[in-house]
Design a protein around this ligand. Sequence first.
Ligand code: PLP
Length: 422
Amino acid sequence: MSHTVDVAPAPSAAAPAFDLNALREDFPILCREVHGKPLVYFDNAATSQTPRQVIEMFNDYYSRYNANIHRGLHTLADEATAAFEGTRETVRAFLNAEDSRQIIFTRGTTEAINLVANSWGRTNLAPGDEVLISMLEHHSNIVPWQLLARELGFTIKVIPVDVDGALDMTAYRTLLNERTKLVAVNHVSNALGTINPVAEMATLAHEVGANILVDGAQATPHQTVDVQAIDADFYAFSGHKVYGPTGVGVLYGKRELLEVMPPWQGGGEMISTVSFEVDTTFAAIPHKFEAGTPAIAEVIALGRALEWVQGVGLGAIGDWEQTLLSYATQQVRKIDGLRILGTAPHKAGVLSFVVDGAHSQDIGLLIDQLGVAIRTGHHCAQPLLHHFGVDATCRASFAAYNTVEEIDTFVASLKRVINMVR
Ligand code: PLP
């Protein structure tokens, strides 16, 4: 077992456009130790950590104005409703949507995609139709379509990737035809980090009359998203990957689509009138799609997270993560028998790799003993991993608060662990 730290000095120019030390102080969790070692948190693609400004929103909400929204006439209900609906406007601005009524709160990306499948999909897809998804998809953008295809009998076609993990755009063009009704594709791959040309894909989809749903779970934490510039018909993301809480996410949809889509869940809040004698009628968008009491505190805290991220600046965050990614890539490439999966020219801060003679699971468990949190497994992208001939990879993924020194610790720890298991 080697204890030598063999890491080249970090590039001297490596400094973000924001005050990294001050930013790290926003994250109480970064001060904790794991197994007696300072935490190095590189599992950001699974869940990012939460700044105290967002954590404090929960305390504030439950201490001062906890109440159910929309229905009450009392002060607390008014305040909670105003904060909740204020977040809808924050999200609208974050995505550059035209109108806050196009913003629907869900439990996360998964629920947003299931909403589109069960509402738009159920009314617009039939035998003979085709839904195009990509080889890069997370299971949450595969399985809802498979479940629906079993019921409705439409066909799912898969856009392939090249050896670097970039989408094969020639194949995409060939797959598109007048039977294509929907293209459902992620903006950034969680397993490889590939950034997909979603605006170009939208243009091509629209040329054949298809809609495009973009899964933005891995894009919103790293880059500015403009749903109008992309011309996305639907766009989904999750709060917990963008410095916000779990249990909340967003579906954006074009107004003309949302307005004619039927509700997918029934209950309180989503109705206009309910009757046993005549047909029940439904609320206008967005409430038609928000049955039941939503995650009020989480939605309000999500608003604070988006303000926090915009305060730092998504451009600066993305640039810093690129610096971290290229330094980490350069360092791990020196490790004997290590193979990086995902080398597309446009990549977010995700480093997926396998190591000859060392099982990913063992690496993940042992490196945790050294205080380093990475993800190992199939990353909910089994078809993609099988395409690359592996069952699992190790994945280090970066966020605004990560440092070059943490990459040095990670690389040194990785070398130790590999020596232990080989
Ligand atoms: N899509 C992508 C690309 C993801 O990375 C994830 C989560 O890892 C999801 C969808 C699902 O997100 P959630 O579990 O928050 O619904």
